[in-house]
Design a protein around this ligand. Structure first.
Ligand code: SAM
Length: 250
């Protein structure tokens, strides 16, 4: 599968693999946990146990959203992909007691081909690296090709959650979803009271137009546990956009 647009290399991972060095104990933990969660072992758990639903979180960071979901629903399987080692170790250490959580220290693009078509009940892409500079935007994970590849893995009615504090990224994903016949908006998500966002005048005209038509997406869905990145963005007063789309004909 090639998720690239323009001339982005197929599997090049942009962004950090690690920040500050891991402590020796974390390093050892990483070696052990990576071995036990390698792609080779990916299907083992699914052969041994039947899960009611299967969800995937892409770039789970330190795992706040995914862990809370897995704790709340023990019959469903929650799979996470996070190549950033520091985040992976933190999440994996907290997750050890959950038998329905499967964390992978991998680029998700290596994991996706392992899923059969129409196998996922939900995919979460929460605050992906925004790459705000124009010349870096082709590095963004979510683009038309990636969304189309994800759609093949969805069961009808499955939910795609996407969140970002990068306004033009939000507008671009809204546009991709609205232009595709694969998706419809989930309108029943209970959200925090509506906070009308002043769309900054420095945004491109098309971005302003799209965002002004969808200001309700700037209210937090109550059932989405807050992530670390989101918490920092909100503390800095940044507007966050939360999209929820269902797979299946409009
Ligand atoms: C801005 S952080 C947000 C982390 C977390 N979702 C949160 O909201 O706190 C984006 C994360 O996506 C991860 N990421 C980037 N490219 C990825 C890829 N190809 N597959 C899986 N994760 C990826 C990065 O390592 C990073 O941890």
């Amino acid at each position: 599968m090639d998720f690239s647009e323009n001339d982005t290399p197929k599997t090049r991972l942009y962004g950090r693999r690690r920040s500050h060095g891991l402590k020796p104990s974390q390093w050892q933990y990483l070696q052990e946990s990576v071995a036990e969660t390698s792609l080779l072992h990916f299907t083992d758990a699914f052969e041994k146990r039947v899960f009611s639903h299967i969800y995937l979180e892409i770039g789970f960071g330190a795992g706040e959203h995914l862990l809370a979901q897995a704790e709340a629903c023990s019959e469903a399987a929650f799979i996470g992909a996070e190549p950033f080692e520091n985040g992976f170790v933190q999440a994996h250490q907290k997750a050890a007691r959950l038998s329905n959580l499967f964390l992978h220290n991998e680029d998700v693009r290596l994991l996706l081909p392992l899923f059969p078509p129409a196998s996922l009940d939900g995919v979460y892409v929460l605050f992906p690296d925004p790459w705000p500079k124009r010349r870096h935007q082709k590095r963004r994970l979510m683009n038309k090709a990636f969304l189309e590849a994800l759609a093949l893995l969805f069961k009808p009615g499955g939910e795609l959650r996407f969140a970002t504090d990068c306004l033009d990224y939000a507008a671009e994903v809204i546009r991709l979803i609205e232009e595709s016949s694969d998706w419809r908006w989930k309108t029943t998500t209970p959200r925090t009271p509506h906070t009308l966002v002043e769309v900054p005048c420095f945004c491109k005209a098309t971005t302003q137009q799209i965002l002004k038509a969808h200001t309700s997406f700037f209210a937090r869905p109550l059932s989405w546990p807050e992530t670390r990145y989101e918490c920092k963005a909100l503390q800095r007063g940044r507007a966050c956009c939360y999209l929820s789309a269902l797979y299946g004909a409009k």
